[in-house]
Design a protein around this ligand. Structure first.
Ligand code: COA
Length: 162
């Protein structure tokens, strides 16, 4: 199994991971999760459609299902990263409404974050807003360090994710 598809990802992120199956085989999957660091984001770890079933709308269905799950969990943004050389994934993400975030360089006119995933691990970082426009802006969490360790965070500043 591809190391990006460790079974533990599927068991740990069941509510935000999806598959599409025929009667006999699994033909598409999306492995995603809710960010624990950024409370308004959900993240697509990896997605794929069997080569024989591509360009039939299955990738779109998987992503739209994930967008709905993200919204349900009050996540305004979905993020995804891909290698600048993966032209297929880049075309797909742009078609799905993703926008590349600012990079520290560019490849073929696309913003790229060089060495994002370690030396030589260049990545295009995509995001897409999935929340309705009427949603209020997410509150900005305050760093614990900024309190100087003296002022405990007030309970009212914590975001209830239940
Ligand atoms: C990327 C991938 C998941 C797309 O799956 P798919 O089922 O073929 O995609 P869909 O048929 O749902 O296409 C959705 C849209 O993207 C567009 N699209 C898909 N593949 C494209 C390509 N190679 N070039 C240009 N546009 C493409 C489609 O035209 C469609 O647009 P439309 O609905 O407006 O007509 C699939 O190609 C794949 O598994 N690639 C290998 C793994 C990978 O790179 N994953 C990237 C995410 S981590």
């Amino acid at each position: 199994m591809d190391s990006r598809l460790s079974p533990s990802f599927f068991s740990q992120f069941t509510p935000t991971s999806f598959v599409i199956e025929t009667d006999t085989e699994l033909v598409g999957f999306l492995l995603g999760f809710l960010s624990q660091t950024r409370e308004d984001e959900a993240y697509v770890r990896f997605a794929g459609v069997h080569p024989d079933f591509r360009r039939l709308g299955l990738g779109r269905r998987l992503y739209e299902r994930f967008f709905a799950a993200a919204r349900m969990h009050e996540r305004a943004w979905v993020c995804s990263i891909t290698a600048p050389g993966n032209r297929l994934a880049i075309a797909f993400h742009l078609r799905m409404g993703f926008v590349p975030k600012r990079g520290n360089g560019a490849v073929d006119g696309l913003p790229v974050r060089f060495d994002y995933a370690g030396k030589g691990g260049h990545r295009v970082v995509f995001h897409r807003r999935v929340a309705p426009d009427a949603w209020p802006a997410a509150p900005t969490p305050r760093s614990v360090a900024s309190t100087g360790g003296e002022t405990p965070l007030a309970v009212t500043e914590l975001i209830d994710c239940a």
